[in-house]
Design a protein around this ligand. Sequence first.
Ligand SMILES: NC(=O)c1ccc[n+]([C@@H]2O[C@H](COP(=O)([O-])OP(=O)(O)OC[C@H]3O[C@@H](n4cnc5c(N)ncnc54)[C@H](OP(=O)(O)O)[C@@H]3O)[C@@H](O)[C@H]2O)c1
Length: 411
Amino acid sequence: MSSPPQTIRWGILATGGIAQTFTRDLLVDPSTRGVHNIKHTVVAASSSSSTSRAQDFLEEVGAPSDAKAYGSYEEFVKDPNIDIVYVATPHSHHYQNARLCLEAGKNVLCEKAFTVNAAQARKLVDIAKTKNLFLMEAVWTRYFPLSIWVRETITSGKLGPIARVTADNSMALNPEQNFPDGKHRMVNPDLAGGALLDLGIYSLTWLFQSLYTTQDPKERQKPVVQAIQKIYTGPNVDGRSSDEHSSIVISFPRSKDAGGDAHGIATTSLVVATDPVPGEHSIPSIRIQGPRGEIQVFPPAFRPTRAKLIISNGPDGKPVVEDKTFPQPGPGSGSGWTNGFGSDRNAEGEGHGMFWEADEAARCILSGQQESATLSWDESIIIMETMDKVREYGGSRFPEKIETLDFPVAL
Ligand SMILES: NC(=O)c1ccc[n+]([C@@H]2O[C@H](COP(=O)([O-])OP(=O)(O)OC[C@H]3O[C@@H](n4cnc5c(N)ncnc54)[C@H](OP(=O)(O)O)[C@@H]3O)[C@@H](O)[C@H]2O)c1
């Protein structure tokens, strides 16, 4: 007889766009995706502005009626019923907010980008280690069945040693017109705005999960990074420095036996789109190339549902193309339930796909693991170091109050 599912009790810190999407997915019955040993519940949520905002949020997402609403993050982290906090503030605030949770003895799943810089990420990891807590950067895409299939295809050796990966995650957001007051988190340097930390993290994720995560942990070495940026100069950012585009070239060291060094090219932009015909998804945003063929992953890079495996010379000497789709599960059509991000709605009954990372966090906590093997602390830190390097080359700098290691700092 199988044992009953174990329940993980979540606290949600922040009430914005992604907090809504994540929490709605979190509350979907895990058996709809074949997960029978875990259950998630929401026991509390906090807004930084008012208890009533947190209460409205809990009602909007359909949380249990006894979930507690807080109007202060400091009060919320004292709640003894919370097993893990999902931090969903802008990335400028992640270091302060995640640290607040860890200092209070809470496990943490923290939205991407993990922090503003690598020093902050290292500090959070040090605290988690010392306090024996679970900590994970919420790069949800890594936990999709599509990403698992990509990594397994790479390690199977079918394509030979992967020599090059190109990845783009760009959106034509028309920022000058849409964010004219310069306050939106996509452009505002006070909120660590710009393409790199918000969108470029996904381009880098594809390079890293293809060329770094797939290596034996004992063989992994730090990559060599080069980059250029264009600084955003739209209205009301006062010449401060979020990036409009970043273009990054990386060499991943590998032994000669493993294929030698592999190259990655990651691009990101706020003003041009990966997919010029929105929703058509006809142009791959990611190409993972080996001597015997390639994997193509179709946009959006953060929530892909389609990939192609192309073997240049099949058994009869002809190319073999496998077109694969990975629809997101959920309560299903006829359920009346929908999710999505912002104004984009998924089909009725289709999950957004954020529950996979929640399942991973729950599995780690229940088995006493402090970090996820799919995105280790070491890898999150190296990705933050990569983004630090990109900003050093490109000149994007944020105010000291959000780059600092000082704690607590009121933002
Ligand atoms: N995984 C994904 O697909 C995905 C998608 C979008 C965004 N994100 C990440 O999620 C984070 C939040 O993005 P979002 O789109 O949800 O942003 P958002 O809609 O602006 O929400 C951010 C929330 O953070 C809280 N907050 C606290 N202090 C704040 C301040 N000074 N300025 C603004 N908000 C403040 C607010 O909630 P309360 O005050 O009520 O607490 C606010 O609603 C970012 O790090 C972003 O990179 C991830």
